[in-house]
Design a protein. Structure first.
Length: 54
């Protein structure tokens, strides 16, 4: 599979996800914790503060 095909496949899969599925994916990847906030194991307090209103 080429990079172009893989990129198209990933983009298409992303378009079909709803909000709940995106949240579950981010939690599984340890980007968000169970409360839906940035996981402190991987993000500094400075980074969390700069993105707190997004």
């Amino acid at each position: 599979m080429s990079i172009t095909e893989l990129t198209a496949r990933v983009q298409n899969a992303g378009k079909q996800r709803d909000h709940t599925q995106r949240m579950q994916l981010l939690k599984k990847a340890h980007v968000l914790n169970e409360q839906g906030k940035m996981d402190s194991r991987f993000f500094s307090n400075e980074k969390k503060a700069s993105t707190s209103n997004t």
